[in-house]
Design a protein around this ligand. Sequence first.
Ligand code: TXA
Ligand code: MG
Length: 309
Amino acid sequence: MEHDTQIVAPDAAGMARAVALLAAGEVVALPTETVYGLAAVAANGAAVARIFAAKGRPSFNPLIVHVADATQAATLVEVNATAAALMAAHWPGPLTLVLPLKPDAPVAGLVSAGLPTLAVRCPAHPVMQAAIAAVGPLAAPSANASGKISATHARHVLASLRGRIPLVVDGGPSQAGVESTIIGVDGDLVTLLRPGAVAAAPDWRPSTSSSITAPGQLASHYAPEQPVRLGALTAAAHEFHIGFGAVRGDLSLSPAGDTIEAAANLFEALHVAQASGRAAIAVAPVPMAGLGVAINDRLARAAAERHQN
Ligand code: TXA
Ligand code: MG
């Protein structure tokens, strides 16, 4: 057990501890009006990597970024008139919008799993809002171990994640008890990606295989343009070499061989490699320990798939 997980009340002392941990790059379970979320500062790649480590996710799904309001959302994503109207109608509340990620948005690459889009939502819960006000936008998946049911009480979080996270803020039972509704907005076209706490409007289209079938699967459709070769201790001149540990390469995921650091750098590294102008990408071996399992899962997908959207 890495942590002696504490539960605190959402009073001044409890919130101060939560905020201090978040600011230090730790993960904290916080109540939202849908389910409990496992939060980390969205701009901090290593903090976001700790979310995946705590959940034991076998691969990197893109995460929802929780924002203070529509104005803050607009610092991260492109908000067109359709999206702005939906935010005005439903925020704060359990509607998540998948929108184009702004190029210079202060969001770690791991949050969107390298996708050109970002899921944003403005939670109605005062505890989550207070944390966002203190430390900025928070990436947060549901606060349950991978494959386990979502947590609607602080004790559910503890049952699932005890020892894996430092702190749970107990905000009482979640009001909605089901996750947010997720929609994609493309022009004035709205696609329902995940049914949830907000009832779908009649004009929201069901997702089809030509758009997005299951949000959780979407990350697997992202791959660099070039062929990707794995387990590369050395690289040829035409290859951009992504290093790890003793294998330095053109750009290292983690010179120290730390899988948390490597996860935080993974998607940025793939983008840099793609933009390098080299004909191919070679990646050093990453051990199957800690987040190495998820990193290797992602790399295997990047190596297997070609020119898919
Ligand atoms: O109510 C909720 O939404 C809760 C609370 C904590 O806010 N959060 C939640 O997060 O349910 P999570 O990670 O368990 O589910 C988020 C879903 C995943 O299926 C993920 O694949 C999808 O959102 N998602 C995130 N970013 C996406 C993107 N850019 N495009 C498509 N789907 C995305
Ligand atoms: Mg979940």
